[in-house]
Design a protein around this ligand. Structure first.
Ligand code: NAG
Ligand code: NAG
Ligand code: NAG
Length: 480
């Protein structure tokens, strides 16, 4: 009977959420956590897509391809959180390197040919995939808002990871063309790379191909040449789309996928290259991992396809010529259970909204203020040891349900975004003896806070690069 009551409470919560009146929520313990079965979505089938009105809709799914034997819930959480920490550290370095480019433009301009682009990409954290058409074939790729260049594995492979779709073969695509070294696209890549390392010449009189190397922090990489081919998004053809044709790709992180879709803000990203078709606007709704559900990636600004249950509120992007591919917003406050959190850290403002980072990471001053408020509201639960990067944990053994406090992010202009109640707590163990606040502290005040995807679930998040704003609305994600 108690379970019935808890389920009823959950239903009420869902109704409240869809009614736009979310105010925290109830999470059923024990049964609730036990039912989180790990259903591996191997993605054997292509993800769907369609064009409707002014929008192109791609189905988004969690990417849980794994060739490793299945681990315990704790081991899996530990692996996920440590790779997430690596991505956050890598993003910090990249943000810093874009700042440095401004001071070092001459060095960048001097560099040629092999262009390394660093990225924080790691599969376990870059966990949403969609299927696109490229040069007549299909490619299922990881979707990443902090990456600029889209790349796929290309024949002939010097080294490639397993992928589900047939390998992209340039020789079988009549519309394929290599991008020459002396082109503006190659220059753009060089700038994006923040160019460091040995500079090779473009190659005498011949217009040599523009080589690229994407190096990931865990030692995996993609290397190949910049190329153009026809990209197809739900039948919408984009001619001469510039992407990386990777003949040497290393690393389990990308296992099963064909590569990566760069949805960053800068010149070579898919968003910039499809400006004519989609006006620089895309949005996503990220589904819960535990359910066998899909979400959607919508290209274009036709909001009639959204299923949002609350009005869209827009926060202005912070513009900065040295922003790189990142989407910066000005975070001015956070409320926990309706209680505003006080921190001097908000004055620094800039935070990134990222699809590929899981756990929101905040500068220590803000994190500590949120943590203190959380501890005071959760005083009735015994504390539990920290787990990986999560240090605000509770032992909820013996409790039947937990009242999840509402968590709101406040952006400049008083724009309030309520985090879905599924994005507030992280259940480390299956027996609810270690339930943690799903946020982490950065190492220093000088780093940049990142809003991760755990806190973006069941939200329609709209990136409008033309109007320079990011919109948010509650939405129960599904392929629409
Ligand atoms: C690139 O180099 C080739 C051969 O040297 C030349 O024909 C072409 O005009 C150059 N393109 C640009 C954009 O400079
Ligand atoms: C959680 O609490 C239960 C019951 O009080 C106890 O038996 C268990 O050891 C605790 N677990 C942790 C991880 O603290
Ligand atoms: C962020 O918003 C605050 C409050 O409106 C403002 O004082 C500050 O200048 C903004 N910061 C940036 C980087 O735009």
């Amino acid at each position: 009977m108690a379970w019935g009551a808890c389920i009823a409470a959950l239903l009420l919560l869902l109704l409240a959420a869809t009614g736009g009146n979310g105010n925290g929520g109830v999470h059923c313990l024990e049964e609730g956590s036990r039912s989180r079965s790990r259903r591996a979505l191997q993605g054997r089938h292509h993800l769907r897509s369609r064009a409707v009105g002014g929008a192109t809709v791609l189905e988004l799914r969690h990417h849980s391809f794994s060739s490793a034997p299945s681990k315990s819930r704790e081991e899996e959480a530990d692996a996920l959180l440590s790779s997430d920490a690596a991505r956050v550290a890598s993003l910090q370095r990249r943000i810093e390197s874009y700042r440095l480019i401004g001071n070092d433009a001459a060095a960048v301009a001097a560099s040629k040919a092999q262009v390394p682009v660093t990225s924080g990409a790691k599969l376990r954290t870059l966990n949403y995939v969609a299927t696109v058409g490229l040069g007549g074939g299909e490619a299922t790729v990881i979707v990443d808002t902090a990456s600029e260049l889209t790349w796929v594995q290309c024949a002939p492979c010097e080294s490639c990871h397993d992928q589900q779709d047939p390998l992209f073969d340039p020789t079988s695509s009549p519309s394929y063309a290599a991008v020459p070294c002396n082109s503006s696209s190659c220059d753009a890549l060089r700038v994006a790379a923040g160019m460091s390392g040995p500079a090779a010449a473009c190659g005498g009189d011949q217009p040599a191909a523009c080589g690229y190397t994407l190096s990931y922090r865990d030692g995996s990489y993609s290397r190949g040449v910049l190329a153009r081919d026809e990209l197809s998004l739900a039948g919408e053809a984009i001619d001469g789309f510039v992407f990386g044709c990777g003949t040497s790709n290393q690393g389990a992180p990308f296992g099963g996928t064909s590569g990566l879709m760069g949805l960053g803000r800068s010149q070579l990203s898919l968003v910039s290259q499809t400006m004519d078709q989609f006006g620089g606007v895309f949005s996503y709704c990220l589904p819960l991992k535990e359910s066998d559900s899909s979400g959607s990636l919508v290209l274009g600004d036709d909001s009639s396809v959204y299923r949002n249950s609350t009005p869209i509120v827009y926060a202005s992007m912070v513009s900065d010529p040295l922003q790189g591919p990142f989407y910066f917003l000005n975070l001015t406050g956070i409320t926990v259970g309706g209680q505003e959190v006080e921190s001097s850290g908000f004055s620094a403002g800039k935070v990134i909204v990222d699809s590929g980072t899981v756990i929101t990471s905040l500068v220590p001053s803000i994190y500590n203020a949120v943590k203190a408020e959380f501890l005071s509201q959760f005083a009735e639960y015994p504390q539990a040891p920290a787990f990986s990067i999560l240090d605000t944990c509770f032992n909820m053994t013996g409790f039947r349900e937990v009242q999840v406090p509402s968590l709101k992010l406040v952006f400049d202009g008083g724009v309030e975004v309520e985090v879905d109640s599924s994005g507030v707590l992280y259940f480390v163990s299956s027996d609810s003896s270690q339930v943690c606040l799903a946020m982490a502290a950065l190492g220093s005040e000088y780093e940049t806070s990142i809003i991760g995807n755990y806190q973006q679930k069941n939200l329609r998040v709209i990136f409008d690069t033309s109007a320079s704003q990011v919109g948010f609305a509650q939405e129960a994600c599904g392929y629409i």
